[in-house]
Ligand binder design. Sequence first.
Ligand SMILES: Cc1cc2nc3c(=O)[nH]c(=O)nc-3n(C[C@H](O)[C@H](O)[C@H](O)COP(=O)(O)O)c2cc1C
Length: 542
Amino acid sequence: MKDPIDADRVYRYHDGTKHHFNRFAPSLGYLDWATQPDPFRRFVGAELVALERREPGDEPLYEPAFCEGEVPSSPRTRASLSQLLFDSLALSAWKRYGESHWSLRVNPSSGNLHPTEGYVICGALSGVCGEPFVAHYAPKEHALELRARLTREMWTELARGLPEGGFFVGLTSIHWRESWKYGERAFRYCQHDAGHAIGALAVAAAALGWRARVVDELATTELASLLGVAAQRGPEAEHAETLVAIAPHDARLRDAAPAPQAIAPATKLAWSGAPNDLSSSQVEWDVIDAVEEATLKPRTDALDAALDMPRAPAWIPEREPVSLRRIVRQRRSAVALDGKTGMTRDAFFQTLRRTLVGEKRFVLDTLPWEPSIDLALFVHHVEGVDPGVYLMLRDPRREQRWRAATKSEFSWHRHTDGDVTLFELKLGDARSLARSVSCNQDIAADGCFAIAMLADFREPLARRGPWFYRRLFWESGFVGQLLYLEAEALGLRATGIGCFFDDPVHHALGLTGNEFQSLYHFTLGGAVDDPRITSEPAYPGD
Ligand SMILES: Cc1cc2nc3c(=O)[nH]c(=O)nc-3n(C[C@H](O)[C@H](O)[C@H](O)COP(=O)(O)O)c2cc1C
């Protein structure tokens, strides 16, 4: 049941962490380098089990991997679990500039601060653990830290709804890693990053012929105890976000959620390892603690996205075949875009199509709720599509509400390409608008197009409850992850944009109130690399 007081707490957080033209959301306003958090959580004393690394080969191909059944399912082995993590949460490179040396990961993160931690809950696996286990993933080592051994009975109960060969990946956030730099807005970035990580896991799973699904019935407190983070306290604590079930593609994951009685014994497990200290001191952000608490999820029934959701047939475009794993591991954010590279109309529509629930339902399969994020597009350089502002509805049932909520002068001309429909709102050079609403960042003006991801905000929060706030950000991050990969597959480059001026975006579209809210911006175009930054392999010896 919705709790109106908690919903108000979410609205207050959201409004209070908006960036305005004349005022940014509250933060320290400077970076205290002495307390910069360690980007790598370790559990001191836990047994470390090395995983395998296999550099990307030509197969599987990027495009067909999104079509269920095109990639044969791998068995669940140490090698395939290693591959899943290598292609989703592992390091992708080390970078150097002068005295600075920093790592990048397969999953992107706001400010490269990486608040997301990953866990594996799995049956006994030869070469990893002789008993069912819960392990923390250590990306720097590409290894698993064994945190708890489960009895076979406990695993049998946890896995009761999982198909043969299935297992779980859990995600947590360490808010402090983001709040150190971004202050109160950091909770939003943690949720974006969790969404990117879910997307990275789903794509890596697809490359193994597996499917991934957010298991949404669990209460946050149940998940925290299952992942062994319930006892963590203080600013460096990990906060449970989500559980993702993974299994062969032809299996059903709708019943994967463990029952409360299957999770209950987790409170009695002997957890090994103590979380390392990340900073010598921290700043506490009460506003983040408050929104974290307000968005804790109670146990609920499965979300069961409406099965009548309109969806497109799977469609494999004609494109240069590219290796999925190369795309996944070479993904990077553009620091600057060249302002001139364009894309074809076909490539543009294909990029947008990827975010729809069609494609054998890849999107809906992973995030089991009706899509709540629509895309306002600032088109700059797309052959055959006039520059201007457009809208793509990821759930066409929202059209009338959008028409009623936006400026009456918008033209609403339809541009259709197969199953993708764009509504033209206003033609004209949209570069200065895209730049100004995206915190004056040139990357929003210098690409082929930029996006404001607008959530159907008030209605889902009222209907589902305040905890759905996090899911809205996950969905935006998930969409962003798919767009990052599309950009790479096209030989272009993308960047997620968490810094934007919230209400000016809404005003540009004529939106008032909080029926729709912009949650995330994005841009995609021809990258300009900084030659002063050099690259080194992700792992020694590679
Ligand atoms: C949620 C999110 C918000 C981001 N916001 C911005 C931004 O406002 N401006 C920017 O230049 N880059 C932004 N980035 C890009 C990150 O800085 C980048 O992902 C990070 O430095 C890691 O680099 P990589 O993506 O090349 O691995 C954002 C990324 C994410 C995931």
